[in-house]
Design a protein around this ligand. Structure first.
Ligand code: CAA
Ligand code: NAD
Length: 302
């Protein structure tokens, strides 16, 4: 039995049960791709309305995926959508939702205080060997996990919007993430069909360290009156080959989330002019114009 024990010890931990906290744009996409790979998913949010909206969104996204996968076969499309949906359970009870999880992925608001509070609560309710991760866009893991007792089982899984379409997953390790945890997170990424890259615990990791300053500089350009928003978007699509211009992209990401990123980086780097509050952005957020998800941001969506 000693031999058995030592064999099982070296066996890599397999993720079967994934719990996702936050059922917004990102959480619903992460739930969807995990379910598509036949993992048992629990999706958690604060209220039923958010969960209902997420369930509807997942359903229509799955229908789009199915249409491509099974072009002329309506029955196969249906089977795929219904079959995948069966892997997803929803709940507003966080403690209940995380108790069987092998892997927890946090995708709530981009606010350090709210995230820290959630992680302190999570650690009390998960299995002792569960891996805890954050999908943060801009914050440092060492800040989010400051009060965690078990920092070895904590890492980052940074997805891209729209999750079902974007092939990249940034796997982040902070100073104390164990090799085992890092390996399991990479295996999970491969299991859900993503290409993974290794990131250190630096603000914005790889993609957002380059992409977010570009999006902010576009705001500054329009605030200075150097160009119109429409022209900036046309220019970057036709002149740089981007699928969306920076304003279309900010609408896609969410103006509230973009402002959270800007505010957080302004606090961390108070002398950097790029991160100073943007009137253009703040005004829209104050008006509830949060981008595509609310029906209007820089542009209107019907
Ligand atoms: N679910 C399923 N399928 C989807 C989908 C979704 N949510 N969104 C798009 N698709 C698929 C569909 O199959 C669609 O075809 P149908 O309309 O026939 O169903 C196909 O993609 C093409 O989509 P569209 O014709 O609507 O538009 P498109 O060709 O412009 O592609 C896009 C959409 C893939 C989103 C593309 O515009 C794009 O790549 N945009 C840039 C996205 C980007 O940069 N994301 C990163 C944001 S930053 C981030 O995420 C990090 C952060 O921390 C903030
Ligand atoms: P969102 O606003 O669409 O959704 C956030 C969800 O979290 C909401 O449904 C809200 O009700 C829920 N929530 C908030 N606090 C909660 C709590 N304490 N417990 C449970 N649920 C809670 O936001 P999003 O765009 O999905 O972003 C989520 C996270 O993912 C953020 O950290 C963001 O920076 C990151 N991210 C966003 C994008 C993007 O393009 N939008 C891309 C990558 C990463």
């Amino acid at each position: 039995s000693n031999r058995l024990l030592s064999t099982s010890k070296v066996l890599q931990k397999q993720v079967q049960n994934v719990t996702i906290i936050g059922a917004g744009l990102m959480g619903s996409g992460i739930a969807q791709v995990s379910a598509q790979s036949k993992l048992n998913v629990v999706l958690v949010d604060q209220n039923d309305a958010a969960l209902q909206k997420a369930t509807k969104g997942i359903h229509s996204s799955l229908a789009r995926v199915a249409k491509k996968k099974f072009a002329e076969d309506a029955a196969a499309q249906n089977k795929f959508v219904e079959g995948t949906t069966k892997y997803i359970k929803t709940t507003t009870n966080i403690n209940e939702g995380v108790k069987d999880a092998d892997l927890v992925i946090e995708a709530i608001v981009e606010n350090i205080d709210v995230k820290r509070k959630l992680f302190a609560e999570l650690e009390k309710n998960v299995k002792s060997d569960a891996i805890l991760t954050t999908n943060t866009s801009s914050l440092k893991l060492s800040d989010i996990g400051l009060n965690l007792k078990n920092k070895q089982n904590f890492g980052g899984l940074h997805f891209f919007n729209p999750v079902p379409m974007m092939k990249l997953l940034e796997v982040v390790r902070h100073a104390e993430t164990s090799d085992d945890t890092f390996k399991t997170l990479n295996d999970y990424g491969k299991a859900i069909g993503k290409t993974t890259v290794a990131c250190k615990d630096t603000p914005g990791f790889i993609v957002n360290r380059l992409l977010v300053p570009y999006m902010f500089e576009a705001l500054r350009m329009v605030e200075r009156g150097d160009a119109t928003m429409e022209d900036v978007d046309i220019a970057m699509k036709l002149g740089a080959g981007y699928p969306m211009g920076p304003f279309e992209l900010t609408d896609y990401v969410g103006l509230d989330t973009s402002k959270f990123i800007m505010d957080g980086w302004h606090k961390a780097y108070p002398n950097e002019p790029l991160f100073k509050p943007s009137d253009l952005l703040s005004k829209k957020v104050a008006e509830g114009k949060l981008g595509r998800k609310s029906g209007e941001g820089f542009y209107k969506y019907t």
